[in-house]
Write a protein that binds this ligand. Sequence first.
Ligand code: HEC
Length: 148
Amino acid sequence: MSTPATDIHKKPSAAKRYLIVLAIGLILGAIASVFAMRAINERKDHFPDSVMTVMAWHMGKLKGNIETNRCNATDALPHLQTLRRMGDDVDFAFTDIASDERFGKHSANFRAALDAALANPPLSCESLGKTLGEVGGQCKACHDDFKG
Ligand code: HEC
């Protein structure tokens, strides 16, 4: 029995069936990975990144103060005070590595740099620049060791 090419009842060839199964597999795989990624993202703890993001925002504000020549103590102190308080949160944000001696040392150095800045507040753009360098140096020191 010969079947014309247009016969819709014609059975798909093995290759075609393979492609159809492959396509279905790919689609199901894509859907499954969207669900998996969503689940992973929901489980992710956003606290550590949030602490860092807010600290970076305050550092950016201080840098902006220097660039716009707003270097009174009243411009800088609120940011330095918030950074100092958030320095306490750094250990809570990274409880898994906070017990590492080097990490504890970095976060203590970071707080010490801010304590020094608060004890002797920068009163000029020049001294604020120096303070930023000291605080920023502690951000970098910890990142060099612990930020992947
Ligand atoms: C004692 C350690 C430590 C100190 C101090 C520290 N960081 Fe971090 N920071 C980390 C670690 C660890 C990560 C990596 C976080 C991650 O990947 O989840 C990080 C990540 C970041 C990120 C990326 C956040 C993200 O969304 O992935 C920014 C921005 C950041 N830090 C800014 C700062 C700034 C600005 C300072 C100083 C004012 C600072 N950090 C001080 C440990 C530190």
